[in-house]
Design a protein around this ligand. Sequence first.
Ligand code: ADP
Ligand code: GLC
Length: 492
Amino acid sequence: MSSKLNILISASEVVPFAKSGGLADVVGALPKALQELGHNVIVIMPRYYIIDKDKYSLTPLDGALGVPMGVIGEEWAEIYEGVLPNSEVPVYFIENDHYFGRKNLYDENGIGFNDNDNRFIFLSRASMQLAKKLDFKPDIIHANDWHTASIPIMLKTIYASDPHFKNTASVLSIHNLQHQGKFYKGGMDILDIGWEHFNHHELEEYGGINLLKGGIVHANAINAVSHKYSEEIKTAEFGWGLEDVIIDNQDKLFGILNGVDYDEWSPLIDELIPSKYDIDNLDGKKICKEELQSKFNLPIDENIPLIGLVGRLADQKGITLLAEAIWEILELDLQIVLLGTGEAWAEEFFLDIAKKYPNKFGCYIGYKNDLAHQIEAGSDFFLMPSLFEPCGLNQIYSLRYGTLPIVRATGGLDDTIDNYQPYTGVGNGFKFNAPTASALYNTINWAVDTYYNDKDGMQNLIQNAMKKRFSWKVAGESYIKMYEYAIYRCQK
Ligand code: ADP
Ligand code: GLC
């Protein structure tokens, strides 16, 4: 048994307070698992305008927090304290109206805020300053994605000789290598770490700064959120230009798969779905399907296969493949419901398809958590044709709801979904390899054919899917091993 660690986790989004994607699910769940394993965990995030202080009973800490911002000078933050629901994990909210008093997390109308560099350097620096104010001496600081990637950099530079962080190692999780935090080099003066770090081996890239790159170089360990993704990012196809940096740092690279918060995502206790159910009695799932069809004004028919899709409408998610194949797919005897928001062309395109095929295709453009749960529960299949997918959570949620994933074999999708083998009954979903519209179509066709003509096979698949668990306890134990390795490297 490892000793009790002090762990500080800093992130730009955390469920239930603010979420745009899976990062928030992870940071809302991992700390609870770590605490249950006996460790001392705190979480730090921004207090965005949308986070209601009363709803979450946030209480202010005494005294403002000074946050040095290089040439800008010292900025100030109010600190609020809350807890992660169903736990005792403290969450500290960094409040500064100028940086975080906005409706959206990162952008407006799909365009990133032009001061995102300053906003998240501020969050990173505030996380360090707050550890001192709280007199919390972390053994580990766990940063996530480019937003807090400055922390491992700061730890090795500005705070290198600070006694408060004498025994602190850092870990950086890469949830998505596509987004790297690339900015104008002037950000060096805000980071305030010294221009000697503006070089090709640390932060510099094509004349600008790349915060994720700097974080990868300086963290004591890095985690890509599935084993397969940790391999993929060493290649030009998935490395987004950082493949050589990943290869250079592969001795400290881990690939720990995300878990699932089954308090949130389980058909047995889900308060957001019309009827609860579990593996021994699927009657409730039929009711969920009916209600879902009715919600999207589709013909109510329990015998037609219903495919759900929930996600960011971004290139990553394979929406171009779906758009290309949709005409052929809709010739099959099936229904599709889609919930998503993202690229303007995709929103328009899928709304238009829904108008043209009102009896087959339902579309809701927007972000709606309850509907995401209802789609998980009410669909027969769940579609994720992603071009790349670091981990992917929806396909794992789908398994628990007995909704069979149809996925492309990439990243975490490949690690979590076992392809159906009709002769042995093995499998929990349907997979394809080629990133093409025809491979997507063929696999949907296969799933639909299985639905109509291989009822025993379907039952088997559903049972296999619903039995599978991806517990945060198991993932948490792997994180602890990674943290211990990071500490070892830091002390070396
Ligand atoms: P990513 O983080 O790349 O967006 P994941 O599969 O890891 O993909 O996680 C996506 C999370 O965001 C899931 O919890 C999913 O239910 C949720 N989500 C995505 N889009 C929407 C939406 N439009 N409405 C509600 N929830 C959404
Ligand atoms: C990212 C990835 C997704 C992953 C999530 C949580 O947003 O796109 O695949 O599941 O982070 O790690």
